[in-house]
Design a protein around this ligand. Structure first.
Ligand code: THU
Ligand code: ZN
Length: 137
């Protein structure tokens, strides 16, 4: 069965700008109202400035006023089941609940699915900062 959101993530791969790693990543983030925002990685000669596909998709959605999301799909050109990196997991946790499904393209129609909470248990959130304020840390 074709997973529509995974297909949208795959379609976003084409726009990836990857002269340094040659590793394309596409992401498709679905909002609570069903709108899908996509992103691709955009690399930089200063490697650490590279934008990740998930960040680009999330920023595009937030820029348009969306803050509630119900699914994410991620694909790489290698069809290797790539998952969002640690930084992207934390970035997603700012807006998404632990039960956000994350579908990862494994190629040949295979998809592995995780929840954000599985990939990032004990994310830092506003509660973390409030606790620090209470504890005076
Ligand atoms: N990449 C993403 O776009 N998302 C991730 O979460 C994993 C890594 C990109 C960054 C870089 O352009 C390439 O994949 C290799 O790390
Ligand atoms: Zn990332």
């Amino acid at each position: 069965m074709t997973d529509e959101l995974v297909e949208r993530a795959r379609a976003a791969l084409d726009a990836a700008y990857v002269p340094y790693s040659d590793y394309r990543v596409g992401a498709a983030l679905r909002t609570a109202d069903g709108t899908v925002f996509t992103g691709c990685n955009v690399e930089n000669a200063n490697y650490s400035n590279s934008l990740h596909a998930e960040e680009v998709a999330l920023a595009e959605a937030v820029k348009r006023g969306h803050r509630s999301f119900d699914a994410l799909a991620v694909a790489s050109g290698a069809r290797d089941g790539v998952t969002p990196c640690g930084m992207c997991r934390q970035t997603l946790a700012e807006f998404c609940d632990d039960d956000l499904p994350i579908r990862c393209d494994e190629g040949d129609g295979r998809v592995s699915e995780y929840t954000l909470g599985e990939l990032l248990p004990a994310a830092i959130d506003t509660g973390t900062l409030e606790a620090a304020e209470r504890g005076g840390k």
